[in-house]
Design a protein around this ligand. Structure first.
Ligand SMILES: Nc1ncnc2c1ncn2[C@@H]1O[C@H](COP(=O)(O)OP(=O)(O)OP(=O)(O)O)[C@@H](O)[C@H]1O
Length: 262
C-alpha cells in the first residue's frame, strides 16, 4: 500500500495574489510543498518574496486565491477559514518562523533558556526541570554553550541570536518552518556556520521549509526546489541544481551570473 502521508502535499497554494492599491505585489502563484521538502523563493528586492511568505504563513490575507495546509489530522484546510484555536496551534506548535532580524523572533531581554522554554509553556509544559532540560538540549544542538543559558540574547552575537531563534522555533517539533532571509546581515563566515547548522537540522528532522532569500548560495545549500520571482510572478521553478546551473529564463541567468561570476 502506498505511504499516503508523504505522498500528500503539506501546503498548497492556488492562484495566490496580493495587491496594494494598483500594485500587484504577488500574482497567480500556485504550487505544492511536500513533507520534508525545502523550497527557496528567490528574486531581486521588490519582486514579492516577502509578500508571498506572509501569504503562505497566514499573516496576510490574499486578494485572490487560497493557501491550504494539511493539519495533523490529515485534513487539508483553507488557512483563511481556520478557527482561532487552530490558528494558535499552527503558530505555537506546528509552524516555525525565522525572521531575518532575531529581535523580531526573540525576547531580547529575557534569558536564552526562557526564550526556548516559553514556546513549550505555551503548549502546556509546566514542569520546570523538564522545560530547562529541553531548553539546554536545544541550546547544545544549536551550538550555544550551556553556561550562556541564563544570559539574555541582547548579550549575544548576531550569529548566536540567529541560532537561538532557530532553537526557539524547533523546540516544539514543527512540521513546517518559514524563513525570511535567515542569514541576512551576518558576516560571511557566520553565515556559513549557520547554513551548515540549518542544513543539518532540516535533514535530521525531516522538516519542510519555505525559505525566502536573495542569496542564491543559501538556496543552493538548503533547498530542494527553487521558485524565481519577478514583478510578483513566479517566472521559473524547478529542482535547485537544475535552475541554478542551467537557468532557462534570461532573468534567472542574470540573477545567477551576478552571484556566481564566471
Ligand atoms: N504593506 C505594503 N503596502 C504597499 N506596498 C507594499 C507593501 N508591502 C510590500 N509592498 C510592495 O510590494 C512589492 C513587493 O514587496 P516585497 O517586500 O514582497 O518584495 P521582496 O521581494 O520581499 O523585497 P525585499 O527583498 O526587498 O524584501 C514592492 O513593490 C513593495 O514596495
Amino acid at each position: 500500500m502506498a505511504d499516503s502521508s508523504n505522498d500528500q502535499p503539506l501546503l498548497v497554494a492556488e492562484g495566490l495574489a496580493k495587491s496594494y492599491g494598483h500594485l500587484q505585489a504577488c500574482r497567480e502563484v500556485s504550487f505544492k510543498l511536500y513533507p520534508g521538502e525545502v523550497l527557496a523563493i528567490v528574486g531581486e528586492s521588490g519582486s514579492g518574496k516577502s509578500t508571498l511568505l506572509q501569504l503562505l504563513s497566514a499573516q496576510l490575507s490574499p486578494s485572490a486565491g487560497k493557501v491550504s495546509y494539511r493539519m495533523r489530522d490529515g485534513v487539508l484546510r483553507d488557512l483563511n477559514v481556520l478557527g482561532e484555536a487552530e490558528r494558535r496551534f499552527l503558530f505555537r506548535t506546528d509552524w516555525g518562523y525565522v525572521h531575518q532580524d532575531p529581535a523580531m523572533g526573540l525576547r531580547m531581554a529575557v534569558s536564552a533558556g526562557a526564550n526556548v522554554g516559553e514556546r513549550l509553556m505555551a503548549i502546556g509544559w509546566n514542569n520546570y526541570g523538564e522545560i530547562r532540560d529541553a531548553a539546554s538540549s536545544w541550546l547544545q544542538r544549536v551550538e550555544i554553550a550551556l553556561q550562556r543559558i541564563d544570559d539574555a540574547p541582547k548579550t549575544y552575537s548576531g550569529g548566536m541570536r540567529q541560532r537561538l531563534q532557530i532553537a526557539r522555533n524547533l523546540v516544539t517539533a514543527p512540521r513546517l518552518v518559514f524563513m525570511d532571509e535567515p542569514t541576512g546581515g551576518l558576516d560571511v563566515s557566520v553565515q556559513a556556520r549557520l547554513l551548515d547548522l540549518m542544513r543539518g537540522l532540516v535533514g535530521e528532522l525531516g522538516l519542510s521549509a519555505v525559505v525566502v532569500t536573495h542569496d542564491l548560495a543559501v538556496a543552493r545549500l538548503l533547498s530542494h526546489r527553487v521558485m524565481v520571482m519577478k514583478d510578483g510572478r513566479v517566472i521559473e521553478t524547478g529542482l535547485t541544481d537544475q535552475v541554478l546551473d542551467d537557468p532557462r529564463e534570461p532573468y534567472t541567468q542574470l540573477l545567477v551570473s551576478s552571484i556566481l561570476p564566471a
